[in-house]
Design a protein around this ligand. Structure first.
Ligand SMILES: *[C@@H]1O[C@H](CO)[C@@H](O)[C@H](O)[C@H]1NC(C)=O
Length: 607
């Protein structure tokens, strides 16, 4: 293993002994890392038995730590469902037998399948969830609250878990809190038109990631309802749609008309029902009069073409943009009579060529070699240059419009639809909770739905369900990590390896992206300078031992200059393009040697 690394390094160093500093450094690091990794894998093999013992000792108590029991909610609860009891579930939950409105009849039926089952992965023993099994089908299921939730003096707290076990391409996983009334008397009729009070939860299609909070507001003037959509969360919430882990969604709406949305206990959105919804709950007190019209002589043009301006007489609109260069002359070595292509003199007629069948044989054409060695062949034409007389189309200059009146706005009138609802929290009573969904990705697992007016009840509920799940996941992930930490503490030199392994990419990027182009140019400059001053070149030095004194001096100088240049490059934050263009032209082949900066691949979309 070490031999090829050493060879690699040597090959890198040998040809340019004096500029080896950076390459040597990176080679050295690569070498060290490989050696360390080799050593680690070796000693890990040796210590395997120890490690296994440590692992089993550690893991057993971890497993025992987390014991799940179906939670029993305490306090003021309107609805609580942990899905662990299939009997109770089938009594409580009702499949929709309705059809979805406004879609083609043949796909309108709510025929999506639901199943109460264990999660695919990482489940707690005894913990079941409600799983949407169907892909791309309308699915609807709902259950009555134990008693309707009324919006009075206590907050509404809705909380539930979603695990997108297959990720999510396109589809929703939101809850609808169905409004009390005749539509929710028989939940077999639950459909997309069933009135809801609040819709809450994740929804995604393509790149559009949403965490909905929509409420339906009743217009106090005429009693119609309209949807009010919450402003977007501060951050983009993409992780829950791809990490396939359980996530906890919490909505709190308070009697003072404030609301909070939490994801995994962390606040991701908050605000006021009055200020943070579109369209706003309360319409504007004044509107533009819809009967007002813009007068026909109202001039909205801020600038106009100067009517006084005239096209200058010498302005030739037809002059071409490009002309043949009048100063160009045909090069003396230009061979006007030579064809650019000639029959290949080396081609031979194939033996099986049948002139009767195939016609007369002709040698294939090749580029005329004479043209390559001379300035060119064929008819000569001067190159095209920009026409100094080109002016293009003439346009009158713009001047301020003396008749400009500004933008026209209709006169303001009192809004006939104006009302002010100072208390949008007082929404329609909630009678049931429903899932009315369509999803491309299936196996969406719902769990631990709770509706309460007491935040501590919801928090306790989460601590006995969601928090346990996440703790188990963390421990599963952690046990590997903590094993590594323990092992490293026993072998402290491994910390050095980690530092190098983490530092290596940074160093390499610095060396190859920032360093090498300077380095190449320094080399070129040195070559150019050496030619100019007759100084000793690296090759000379390698071959001529007696020149050592000169060598050490020039090396010192070079090093100083290098450092100066590097400092300058760093200070200017850029490269030294303008300073050494000649050297670059002089030694173009070196450019092929410059490693191109690593292109960042667009990270692949989740599978
Ligand atoms: C009720 O009022 C709203 C807003 O003013 C209006 O858009 C809606 O059409 C009205 N509905 C009825 C049934 O009058």
């Amino acid at each position: 293993m070490c031999t090829p690394i050493f060879m690699f390094c040597w090959c890198q160093i040998k040809p340019n002994f004096k500029i080896m500093n950076k390459r040597l450094l990176s080679c050295f690091i690569v070498g060290v890392v490989f050696l360390s990794l080799a050593a680690v894998s070796q000693s890990e093999n040796e210590d395997d038995d120890d490690a296994a013992v440590v692992a089993t000792e550690e893991e057993d108590p971890v497993e025992e730590d987390i014991i799940y029991r179906s939670p029993i909610p305490s306090g003021n609860v309107y609805f609580a469902e942990h899905f662990d009891d299939i009997n109770q579930f089938s009594k409580k939950w009702i499949l929709s037998e309705a059809k979805k409105h406004d879609v083609d009849d043949d796909i309108a039926k709510y025929d999506g399948k639901w199943e109460v089952e264990v999660p695919q992965k990482n489940g707690l023993t005894g913990d079941l969830g409600l799983v949407l099994k169907s892909k791309a089908k309308h699915a609807a299921i709902s259950a009555h609250l134990d008693r309707p939730f009324k919006f009075t003096v206590k907050p509404l707290i809705v909380q539930y878990e979603v695990t997108l076990q297959e990720g999510q391409e396109c589809g929703g996983a939101y809850l609808k809190l169905l409004s009390h009334g005749k539509h929710t008397a028989d939940l077999r009729h639950f459909n997309n038109k069933t009135p809801y009070t609040i819709m809450f939860g994740p929804d995604k299609c393509g790149n559009d990631h949403k965490l909905h909070f929509i409420f339906r507001h009743k217009n106090p003037l005429n009693g119609t309802f309209s949807e009010k959509h919450c402003k977007k969360p501060k951050e983009r919430l993409e992780e829950p749609f791809k990490d396939k882990l359980p996530h906890l969604y919490t909505l709190v709406v308070r009697p003072d008309n404030t609301f909070t949305v939490k994801l995994d206990h962390k606040i991701v959105n908050e605000g006021s029902l009055l200020d943070d919804f579109t369209p706003p709950v309360n319409p504007p007190p004044e509107i533009g009069d819809p009967d007002d019209t813009k007068p026909s002589d109202w001039d909205e043009r801020e600038k106009i073409s100067d009517p006084e301006a005239r096209k200058p007489d010498d302005w030739d609109e037809d002059a071409p943009a490009m002309i043949p260069d009048p100063a160009a002359t045909k090069p003396v070595s230009w061979l006007e009579d030579e064809p650019q292509m000639i029959p290949d003199p080396n081609a031979e007629k194939p033996d099986d060529w049948d002139s009767d069948m195939d016609g007369d044989w002709e040698a294939p054409l090749i580029p005329n070699p004479i043209c390559e060695s001379d300035a060119g062949c064929g008819p000569w034409e001067p190159p095209q240059i920009n026409n100094p007389d080109y002016k293009g189309k003439w346009r009158a200059p713009l001047i301020d419009n003396p008749n400009y009146k500004g933008r026209w706005n209709p006169r303001r009138i009192p809004n006939p639809d104006f009302f002010e609802d100072k208390d949008p929290f007082r929404m329609t009573d909630i009678a049931a909770v429903g899932l009315e969904l369509w999803s491309i990705s299936n196996l969406i697992l719902f769990d631990n739905i709770i509706i309460t007016d007491d935040q501590t009840v919801a928090e306790t509920w989460a601590s006995e369900t969601f928090d346990l799940k996440r703790r188990k996941l963390d421990k599963d992930g952690e046990s590997l990590f903590s094993r590594l930490v323990t092992y490293t503490n026993e072998h402290p030199w491994l910390w050095a390896v980690y530092v190098i392994v983490i530092g290596l990419p940074i160093v390499l990027v610095l060396v190859f992206c920032c360093g090498s182009s300077n380095q190449e140019r320094e080399e070129q400059r040195r070559v150019a300078e050496a030619k100019k001053t007759d100084a000793v070149s690296p090759d000379d030095v390698d071959e001529q031992a007696p020149a050592k004194a000169t060598k050490s001096k020039s090396q010192l100088e070079v090093q100083e200059e290098e450092e100066e240049e590097e400092a300058a490059a760093e200070a200017s934050g850029g490269e030294l393009d303008t300073e050494t263009p000649k050297a670059e032209e002089a030694v173009p082949e070196v450019a092929g040697d410059v490693p191109s900066s690593p292109k960042k691949r667009p990270s692949r979309k989740e599978e």
